[in-house]
Design a protein around this ligand. Sequence first.
Ligand code: CA
Length: 225
Amino acid sequence: MRVLLVEDEAKLAEYVRKGLSENGFVVDVAKDGIDGKHLALHGEYDLVVLDVMLPGIDGFGVLKALRESRNTPVLMLTARDRVEDRVKGLQDGADDYLVKPFAFSELLARLQALGRRGVRVSAEEANVLRLGPLELDMTKRKATREGKRLELTSKEFILLTLFLRRQGEVLSRTVLAEQVWDMNFDGDTNAVEVAIRRLRAKMDDPFDHKLLRTVRGMGYVLETP
Ligand code: CA
């Protein structure tokens, strides 16, 4: 598996490069957006790990250029407190994102999952996530259920994206807090519960079949009943 890592922080780039190499990946590192864009467009990579804040051209610019001609899966590295960056990345064609700082094991798991999924069939197809009657169009930033539009806030959109990407998997309140709210904590997950309630009011309550289920003591899972 060949990976292009576009990251300007030398220490982090080396840490990730070393870890991925030890796990059987062949890794090329680009230290700015210009080299990153060039390699992404002209190299042969199975996956691209793309930082958002880069000298030269930022991660969104690289992603945009890449998506004009290639479907290589992209995982974006986003800063804390930049929820809008995640929405934008996913809208612009990123396949997944990871919030900095991240555990190497988490990056590895995500890349392995992306690698298994393989090359995106088409940009349009990859940008629509589905579960039964529920559909999320990343490009248009539009969520529908049974064709009826759901008006979601940015956080609710991210939350639903996360559930759709990891459908069938129980996501704990802590994972949701970290991935959606940038909160690194074990204690108060009240914000998560409130947001889940609001999301449910929009995507589940008006319908007969409930898709988002609470798993007592563990978290929440999105699945067809
Ligand atoms: Ca950076």
